[in-house]
Design a protein around this ligand. Structure first.
Ligand code: HEC
Ligand code: HEC
Ligand code: HEC
Ligand code: HEC
Ligand code: HEC
Length: 744
């Protein structure tokens, strides 16, 4: 949170109901508006961001109001006490917010009552869910993510930057659970797409929420909505025209006020006078822009302006530059990073959008904007997802507006075997595209965009223009020109004809994943080696599915953990995995376990609460929203060994494995299970299931053909469906050992 909003909060706390009069209000901050070149469209952006046409009808499409937060379940998301403070004085509680102060004109006592009733009404829409407090390790992971995946393109980094979209007092507004849910699907609560979806995995959303709520040290009191007040609030919601901007799921006719073309620009909402209209704490500049925009209400917007308008509203220009507008601001550039140094700026700064409508095919363009699809695997910033409704008009404008003249070339006739020639050109004896581009997942020296999906994404015409003169499209590109001055560097192929050579490449690549490997592409097995530190691979493993986590430990002992069922799935010794199936064939494959002596454990959860020691073990749980199991990520020790964290019915387990060498020189795995809270009665840990489980001395059991397990205390050995089950009642920390022996 920035210091200013902290100060405001203190004021609100001090002055209580008088906060609105404290004058803490600050003009609304709209990302993108302050960028150079945005002046011409600033007024129209303001009209739409501030929702003027939600109350004053307008025929101007560019003025269509942005969609405001959907309040139909706001009681689940937002703390009731905060609702009350925010409604009473939006910009006092969240300086820079775009929500106007609707109650500003009321005398203090009346405003207080109205805000209170409205808060009771809104809090009655939904129910808060139980939540934990942020954990210190999650805060650290969240801080890293927040500053690297793109949040600070629009919001302030920890080191406060002016012009950032305000976040307000999040610790008062959300719980860890509700903020996590919001971040995982912001478009559900805020359909406008102004706050896009960064496709966070649950654990990532929780980490970022933990970071944003890092000051939260105690749970807020649960707000109990009062039924009578809620009924009154529901009336006020319509009386004060909140419904013009917000949906609560109820159908109410929108207010019919003076049309925007008829309002007197120095009056009402555009004046400093107080009256029964919303109060916007606008700056003089903003007011002037608004007036200018209203004066031109009937203007026809050119396609170029329409595109600018859309890119500014959605603040695409915080990350992208297009025809000189926007681009990563110099003050935020340090937060845009990549994992491939050799790509230079192209490896960390999102691509420019100039001419992008001529570059990308419509379905892919839609996929990128609506769903955040991408191909630059080494960039830390993510292309967010803006949703179909927000993407559609933009895709149409870009496709219509961006054009390139048709490239002139003669297609290579079938008889000249274009695909074979293209294959040759792509390989080491040709232009060596594979030196810098991934080919069917095979990582090249520089991890440039995948070659075999290019023709699916790119317009053929653009491909010709780009290959002919890459610098014309990206002045700093690493991508070389193979036809300097229009002359091929390989004059003996297809008579040295540049157009034909490019066509051969296109035809070859158009085979997609079926394309034959270019010469020089060595598809050697991708053996993942483990040296003196742990190695983690989060992918599909045999018998687990997508949510596998493989860990190789120094010395040659390995495990695969199932982060869907929260169980140890396999243990083996020797080599770790062979991963060509993961990164080739578009990642649909599985890791191949390399070692010997593999021991597999049965599917199904490893922890369960049993009513009696005879209760049957529960069946594998489906990973639904209601699943009692949830994976919470992992932390690493100095040697990169993970401590896996997961919850069973809300009860947290910390699971750590460490390779240890026994006296006989053989490596085994020591496992420590810790429980931050006291285990509930009846909690059992299922150590193993096998036809063959035999005691071999005090707390030592032989399981199957080649595994010996040491346990800390006397376990329970029982029959289950023709096999044996080894269970351990859990009362506190558990330490056990897995010793692999050679198969007989
Ligand atoms: C929640 C509904 C609402 C929103 C949103 C709203 N207004 Fe108003 N506005 C009113 C009401 C109510 C009045 C006073 C009654 C009237 O003039 O119709 C008013 C009056 C005005 C007037 C004076 C009209 C006159 O001729 O006396 C202007 C100008 C105005 N609004 C401009 C705006 C602008 C610009 C915006 C967006 C920044 C905006 N309004 C947003 C409800 C709204
Ligand atoms: C393209 C700009 C953009 C990016 C990128 C972005 N946000 Fe936002 N965010 C916004 C805007 C604009 C709003 C306010 C939306 C509105 O007016 O409805 C917002 C709202 C929020 C809110 C709600 C604040 C409240 O009062 O409830 C949170 C929390 C938030 N953003 C966090 C994040 C996080 C975390 C990330 C990165 C994962 C992120 N944002 C990425 C623009 C962005
Ligand atoms: C001109 C349109 C407009 C009007 C009128 C309006 N709001 Fe809002 N409201 C917004 C916008 C925009 C936001 C998002 C602001 C932000 O996050 O900074 C918002 C946010 C909210 C939120 C927070 C929602 C969340 O999920 O974080 C609540 C609650 C709310 N408004 C209630 C009200 C009530 C009650 C009224 C009537 C007294 C009202 N609003 C009138 C535009 C409006
Ligand atoms: C937080 C930063 C961020 C914001 C905001 C953002 N983008 Fe992106 N965008 C990216 C990144 C990063 C990529 C590269 C993704 C990849 O290929 O993996 C990208 C890629 C793209 C591409 C593909 C370009 C190409 O040549 O392949 C398009 C098109 C695009 N973005 C459009 C948009 C639009 C339109 C908006 C606004 C609605 C937007 N972006 C907002 C970060 C952003
Ligand atoms: C020296 C390294 C290098 C070589 C060799 C190379 N490229 Fe590239 N190429 C790149 C880089 C780096 C980019 C990434 C540009 C970016 O991120 O926007 C690129 C981008 C492209 C693009 C645009 C892709 C997109 O989605 O934006 C195409 C098409 C392309 N290369 C085709 C080829 C072909 C075909 C060959 C062989 C004839 C080739 N490249 C050889 C480095 C190379």
């Amino acid at each position: 949170m920035n210091p200013r909003s902290l100060r405001t909060l203190a004021l609100v706390a001090l002055l209580g109901g008088c906060a609105a009069a404290a004058g803490a209000a600050e003009p609304p901050v709209i990302g993108g508006l302050e960028r150079e070149g945005a002046e011409k469209i600033a007024g129209a952006v303001l009209v739409s961001e501030l929702g003027c046409a939600a109350c004053h009808a307008s025929g101007q499409a560019a003025f269509a109001p942005k969609m405001r937060p959907d309040l139909s379940a706001v009681g689940t998301r937002v703390n009731g006490a905060h609702l009350r403070r925010f409604i009473e004085s939006p910009s006092g509680v969240k300086p820079g917010t775009t929500m106007p102060d609707v109650l500003a004109y009321l005398p203090d006592a009346q405003r207080d009552d109205a805000a209170n009733a409205l808060a009771h009404y809104l809090a009655s829409l939904g129910k808060p869910v139980a939540s934990a407090l942020p954990a210190a390790d999650a805060v650290e992971r969240g801080r890293k993510l927040y500053h690297s995946i793109g949040c600070v393109a629009c919001h302030s980094p920890e080191k406060t930057l002016p012009g950032s979209v305000p976040l307000g007092p999040l610790t008062e507004k959300y719980t860890l659970a509700s903020l996590t849910a919001f971040l995982q699907d912001p478009l559900a609560a805020r359909p406008s797409g102004r706050m896009p979806d960064s496709h966070l995995e649950r654990a990532e959303a929780e980490d970022i929420a933990s970071y944003l709520l890092r000051e939260q040290k105690a749970a807020a009191e649960v707000f109990q909505p009062d039924a009578a007040l809620a009924t009154r609030g529901k009336q006020l919601f319509v009386e004060h025209r909140c419904h013009a901007c917000h949906s609560t799921g109820e159908k109410v006719a929108p207010p019919a006020l003076t049309a925007l073309s008829k309002v007197r620009a120095g009056e009402g909402c555009l004046s400093d006078k107080r009256g029964a209209w919303p109060h916007y704490p606008l700056s003089e500049n903003q007011r002037a822009s608004l007036r200018a925009a209203l004066a031109e209400e009937t203007k026809t917007w050119t396609p170029a302006e329409q595109v600018q308008l859309a890119l500014t509203r959605l603040n695409c220009i915080a990350c992208h530059q297009r025809d000189g507008l926007g681009g990563v601001a110099s003050t935020r550039s340090e937060y845009f990073t990549g994992r491939e140094e050799s790509l230079g700026e192209q490896g960390r700064i999102p691509p420019p959008l100039s001419g992008v409508g001529a570059k990308l095919k419509a379905p892919w363009l839609r996929e990128v904007i609506a769903n955040g699809a991408g191909v630059r695997t080494t960039m830390n910033t993510r292309m967010p997802k803006f949703g179909g409704a927000n993407a559609e008009p933009l895709v149409a404008w870009l496709k219509q507006f961006d054009t390139l003249p048709p490239a002139k070339f003669a297609r290579v006739p079938e008889a000249a075997k274009p695909r074979n020639v293209g294959r040759e050109l792509a390989g080491t004896k040709g232009f060596n595209c594979i030196a810098c581009h991934t080919f069917r997942g095979r990582a090249a020296a520089i991890r440039g965009p995948e070659l075999t999906t290019m023709t699916e994404r790119l317009e053929e015409n653009w491909f010709h223009h780009f290959l002919a003169q890459p610098q014309r499209f990206a002045p700093l590109t690493v991508m070389p020109s193979f036809w300097p001055d229009g002359k091929s560097t390989l004059p003996e192929v297809l008579g040295g004809d540049p157009g034909q050579q490019r066509d051969a490449l296109w035809q070859f690549l158009a085979q997609g994943p079926e394309a034959g490997e270019p010469a020089g592409l060595v598809l050697e097995p991708l053996v993942i080696e483990v040296k003196d530190e742990g190695v983690i691979v989060r992918r599909a493993f045999p018998g687990i599915g997508k949510r596998g986590i493989g860990v190789g430990y120094p010395g040659g002992i390995n495990l695969a953990f199932d982060a869907a069922q929260m169980r140890l799935a396999s243990v083996w010794s020797g080599g770790f995995i062979e991963a060509s199936g993961l990164w080739r064939g578009q990642g649909s494959g599985q890791a191949r376990i390399l070692g010997k002596d593999i021991v597999n454990f049965p599917p199904g959860p490893a922890f369960a609460i049993l009513a009696t020691p005879d209760t049957a073990w529960p069946a594998p749980a489906a990973m639904t929203e209601k699943s009692p199991l949830s994976f919470k990520g992992y932390t690493l020790d100095a040697q990169q060994r993970p401590t896996l964290r997961y919850a069973v019915d809300g009860f947290v387990v910390e699971d750590f494995f460490h390779e240890r060498r026994a006296a006989a020189g053989k490596l085994h795995l020591e496992r420590t299970l810790k429980f931050p809270a006291a285990p509930p009665t009846g909690l059992h840990f299922r150590v193993a299931v096998d036809k063959l489980i035999e005691p071999r001395g005090a707390n030592e059991f032989a399981v199957g053909q080649n595994l010996i397990i040491h346990l800390p205390a006397a376990p329970l050995l029982r029959e289950a469906n023709g096999a044996k089950e080894l269970l351990l009642p859990v009362r506190g920390e558990v330490k056990l050992e897995y010793h692999l022996t050679a198969k007989p």
